[in-house]
Structure formats: structure tokens, C-alpha cells
Design a protein around this ligand. Structure first.
Ligand SMILES: *[C@@H]1O[C@H](CO)[C@@H](O)[C@H](O)[C@H]1NC(C)=O
Ligand SMILES: [Zn+2]
Length: 381
């Protein structure tokens, strides 16, 4: 009890001591570790010399069902530099099969965090305390590394459930957990030309649609803004599946057109990274959106200046921007494969589920004693 009280006091003091961010001074904020929020292309490059990055990201649990889609659509595809395409997975713990997370990692895709509980409602996240966010993300980083047997240092990004920002709290947790970038912050104004990723050394001018947004300084922490799409009626949407006016479930040609029209705003503009953000479940309700994604990837990977990459690879490029012709000559990155001696664990009957539901776990470590959850992320208690 006493220990907990002291811990809480320390957190309150740390939060109170946060420095309010001032407006960005370009001369004092230089790459690789600082960048003012701006639509200017990093390195002062011309659009035609700038690699057009595409980030394809999937949220929530990774399962034996949705891995079928990832294998079908993402595996065995290459960019024009002959390197495998990338994709980033913002993974929540509940229902995740960690032997499959291990497979995605070994295939060179990016494993990122999306919380342990993903609990509803969104307002929970808007007001979550430092300790709560730390248990959801700081602990999830360790949990993911242990259960999927991947290096903790490979986990660099996070996305809040429901894209619900948590003010300064979530960036304090990121800094303490050694995370590098956040990909939760939707941008609907600065999309044409688009806002490039930037750091929070200084105040962010980005509009705050699902606040609270951070207003303290967090040196070296990156924001990868989620630039909105424009739907068929001209309204903005952050995730493809959240677009209101979109093509019909089986109209593949219309989906391809929809993807290309949104892509071209970036490609023919300032080449800000183009995010394709979706939940895999959308492919079940709209099958043509999946086959159209495969066709879209066929098309864009033929272009010499377009690269479908992990979100972290974009941040790496922004830190050290080089023109397309140099980027094309770089070696592909190499992922040292990590073993998984897959184990089936359970059944468990965790108390967080009010229906006494049976849970099983597939992972690469020894079976936990209890179902892992916030405050007990390794299931040891
Ligand atoms: C920073 O944002 C918080 C909400 O997260 C707000 O309560 C506070 O007043 C803001 N501080 C400044 C200096 O604007
Ligand atoms: Zn989610």
C-alpha cells in the first residue's frame, strides 16, 4: 500500500514537471533527431527525387484466420529495389496467436503495439492514467517480446485503441518504454500537401480531432501522422474501413480506382507517406477491397520511385533522407530469424471476461500460469 502511494506520488511529480512545448525553431531542430511539423519534404528534396512510401497497416489481434490474408496478399511481393515489401501490425493482446506474430517478424514485417486490453469505451483511453497506459503499452512491449520470442528492441511503434489520443500521458509512457514513434494522430487538414512525420521537441500545429493531444515537449519522439483519405462524397476518413462513401462490397474495379485516386494525391503532390490503414475484418464484409489491394500493390510496386515499407522504415528515411536513385541502391534489410517452439496453452477462464469464456494461447515461451492481462502481463500471478 505504502509503496504504491509513493509510486503514484512520483508519477504525479513527473507529470507536473513536464515542460510545455514552445513553437518550433527550425534552426534549433535539425535531423536526424528533431524535425518541425511541416509539409516540406525532408532534406529539401524535390518531389520527383523523393521516394513515395506506402505503409500498409493492420490493427488488432493476429490470428490463425487473418494470417491467411496476410500470407496471400503481402508475402512474396517485392518493391522495385528487389526488397520484400513491408507492412506494420498494431497488435492487441487478446486473442492474438504469438506463434503467428513470430512468423510475421521472421518475414520482415513490423510488430508494433496496440495495447493489452483494447478495452471499451474510447473515453477510458482519453483519461487513462500514466500507470494504466504504462501497463497497457510498456508491459505489452515486454509481453510481445517474451511470447513471440522476438527482440524487444525491434518493437518501436504504437497506436492507441480507437485512435483515441491520451494527451501527454501516452508520450511519457513511450519515452519511458523506449518506443520511437506513435501512429494514432489523425490529420484531416494537412493532407494536400501532406504533413510529414515530425518530432515532439516543439509544439505540434497538427489539428486535434480525437483529443486530448500532447502539448508538452518530448525530445526525439516521432509522430507519424495518419493522413486522411477522401471518400467518394468528398469527406475525409482516417482508416479505409471507416470511410462512409466507399465502393460496393464486390466492385473490385471501383476499389482499385478508390485506392489509386487517394494514392495519387500524395504521389502527384509532396510525396508525404501514403498510409493504407485497415482492419482485416473489412475484407470479409467487402471481399473486393482485398482483391483490389492485391491489384493496387501489383501496380505500385512496378513504379521505380514507390516503396511499400514498414512504418519504422519511413521514420528511418526521414531521419536521413536520400534521393530515390540512392535509395534504390541500398541493400535490403536483413531479419535474423527467431525460433518459435510453439506451445498450446490453456484453457484459461480469465476474470476480465464476464461471460466466463474459455481462452487458449499459442505462444513461443512456456505456458503462463494464468491468462496474461494488464497488471499481470506475463500471467505469472
Ligand atoms: C495541455 O493539455 C492539457 C490537456 O491534456 C490541458 O489541461 C492543459 O491546460 C494544456 N496546457 C497548456 C499549457 O496548454
Ligand atoms: Zn483496434
Amino acid at each position: 500500500m505504502e509503496v504504491k502511494a509513493i509510486f503514484l506520488l512520483a508519477v504525479v511529480v513527473a507529470v507536473a514537471a513536464q515542460e510545455p512545448a514552445s513553437s518550433c525553431v527550425p534552426a534549433a531542430c535539425q535531423l536526424p533527431n528533431c524535425r518541425c511539423a511541416s509539409t516540406e519534404i525532408p532534406g529539401g528534396l524535390e518531389p520527383r527525387d523523393t521516394p513515395q512510401f506506402i505503409t500498409v497497416t493492420f490493427d488488432d489481434a493476429v490470428t490463425v484466420q487473418n494470417i491467411q490474408t496476410y500470407r496471400e496478399v503481402l508475402y512474396n511481393r517485392k518493391n522495385r529495389n528487389n526488397c520484400q515489401i513491408g507492412s506494420t501490425f498494431y497488435i492487441s493482446h487478446e486473442y492474438t496467436d504469438y506463434s503467428i506474430v513470430n512468423e510475421l517478424y521472421n518475414e520482415g514485417f513490423e510488430v508494433a503495439l496496440h495495447s493489452i486490453s483494447h478495452k471499451s469505451p474510447p473515453s477510458y483511453w482519453a483519461t487513462a492514467s500514466y500507470e494504466e497506459v504504462s501497463q497497457e503499452f510498456g508491459d505489452q512491449k515486454k509481453q510481445m517480446a517474451a511470447f513471440a520470442n522476438i527482440p524487444e528492441s525491434a518493437i518501436k511503434g504504437m497506436r492507441m485503441p480507437f485512435l483515441q489520443m491520451t494527451g501527454n500521458t501516452h508520450f511519457s509512457v513511450m519515452a519511458d518504454a523506449g518506443l520511437e514513434y506513435d501512429s494514432s494522430w489523425g490529420a484531416t487538414n494537412s493532407i494536400n500537401p501532406g504533413l510529414w512525420p515530425y518530432t515532439l521537441d516543439y509544439a505540434s500545429p497538427q489539428e486535434c480531432n480525437i483529443g486530448p493531444c500532447p502539448n508538452a515537449t518530448f525530445p526525439g519522439l516521432w509522430v507519424s501522422p495518419m493522413l486522411a483519405w477522401i471518400d467518394n462524397d468528398g469527406y475525409t476518413c482516417t482508416m479505409v474501413d471507416s470511410c462512409f462513401s466507399k465502393p460496393g462490397p464486390n466492385d473490385e474495379d471501383a476499389w482499385v480506382e478508390f485506392y489509386i485516386r487517394n494514392f495519387e494525391r500524395h504521389y502527384n503532390g509532396n510525396r508525404a507517406p501514403f498510409g493504407y490503414y485497415i482492419h482485416e475484418a473489412h475484407f470479409t464484409s467487402h471481399p473486393a477491397s482485398k482483391t483490389a489491394l492485391a491489384r493496387f500493390l501489383d501496380i505500385v510496386t512496378q513504379l521505380y520511385d514507390v516503396f511499400v515499407v514498414n512504418e519504422h522504415d519511413v521514420i528511418e528515411w526521414v531521419k536521413n533522407p536520400i534521393p530515390v536513385d540512392e535509395y534504390l541502391k541500398k541493400d535490403c534489410k536483413f531479419t535474423l530469424r527467431r525460433q518459435c517452439q510453439s506451445r498450446a496453452c490453456g484453457p484459461y477462464y480469465p476474470t476480465h471476461n464476464q461471460f466466463n469464456q474459455e481462452y487458449r494461447l499459442q505462444l513461443c515461451s512456456a505456458c503462463p500460469a494464468t491468462y496474461p492481462w494488464t497488471g499481470n502481463h506475463l500471467g505469472t500471478n
